[in-house]
Write a protein that binds this ligand. Structure first.
Ligand SMILES: [Zn+2]
Length: 310
């Protein structure tokens, strides 16, 4: 084909003509299978199928029931897509699904068949429900291109932040801030520098996990009187971490989880995030800049509870 099928899915049209010839079909028919966002803005190819595939098991079951070959929906290839719009259920890595898009021979050839799976991704109790519905809305509505691009940039940048090692040596990768309380497990190793669009290069399993965790950071902070909810970051995370000495005052705070990233990321990563956040939705950019200001005040205050920052 002179190129990978994963590359074609991300908007690189170079292999299109040759593939159309091989399949004895029209180029236009194949082009129509590629997400419009990628044709507008081609991105680097991800891992090859089946590792790049996120699927809705309910949609695949409907395909089988109705007697057609199960197939990957175009919207599922968008990096922001983590839920099925039809079933309002989490997308899962192809490895999680009992119904397969193609046979082992097609997918793996002579290689030993292996697919990553993650059973925690079948569950949804921890998700930022409102923001998940918003992502479905901007992905489905063809008139919301600008809103979709801005939200995509914000989530992509938070995913990059979550894949970065934290400022304090040996404290690990930033996704631990949320993966430990929600999932109670170890995280993948992180990178020392802030990556750029890390989600394009990883398997669907990692992408789905990191995007759903990023949406928890971006969801609107709970109003303080509701802070008796345990929430995904653990009970009283804000007071325990930032306000041990100001018990009375802390009830006034908007407990924005973006503050966790602003205080824990390396300074160079915070600075790069400041620059990138110009492309975010306005409201999220405002929250990020407030979080960075609060992080600076916290780190430079004389309060001894300021955990190791000098
Ligand atoms: Zn579905």
């Amino acid at each position: 084909m002179h190129g990978s099928i994963a590359e074609l899915d991300r908007g690189n049209l170079a292999p299109l003509a040759r593939l159309a010839m091989m399949m004895r079909t029209e180029s236009a028919a194949l082009r129509a299978m590629i997400l419009e966002d990628f044709i507008r803005q081609p991105c680097r190819a991800g891992p090859p199928p089946p590792h790049c595939w996120a699927v809705c098991p309910y949609c695949l079951a409907v395909d089988v029931e109705q007697g057609r070959a199960p197939y990957v929906r175009r919207t599922w290839t968008h990096p922001l897509a983590v839920y099925c719009a039809l079933h309002r259920a989490p997308l899962v890595p192809h490895g999680n699904s009992d119904i397969k898009i193609a046979s082992e021979l097609t997918l793996f050839g002579d290689l030993q068949p292996y697919e990553p799976r993650d059973n925690l991704l079948d569950r949804s109790h921890f998700d930022a429900r409102e923001l998940i519905l918003h992502t479905i809305d901007v992905l489905e509505d063809s008139t919301k291109v600008d809103e979709r691009d801005r939200l995509t940039d914000a989530v992509s940048d938070i995913v990059d932040a979550l894949a970065t090692n934290m400022y304090t040596p040996n404290s690990g990768v930033a996704i631990r801030l949320i993966e430990a309380p929600v999932m109670r497990r170890r995280s993948l190793p992180g990178s020392n520098e802030l990556p750029e669009k890390w989600w394009l290069d990883v398997n669907a399993r990692e992408r789905l996990l990191y995007v759903r965790m990023a949406l928890l950071f971006l969801s609107e902070p709970a109003h303080p009187p509701r802070s008796s909810d345990k929430g995904p970051f653990g009970a009283n995370w804000f007071a325990n971490r930032y306000a041990k000495n100001y018990v009375g005052w802390v009830s006034c705070a908007m407990e924005d989880p973006l503050l966790l990233l602003a205080t824990e990321l390396p300074r160079s990563a915070v600075s790069t995030m400041n620059y990138r956040s110009f492309a975010w939705p306005k409201r999220l950019r405002q929250r990020w800049s407030s979080a960075v200001s609060a992080a600076i005040l916290w780190a430079t205050s004389a309060v001894p509870a300021a955990g190791g920052s000098t």
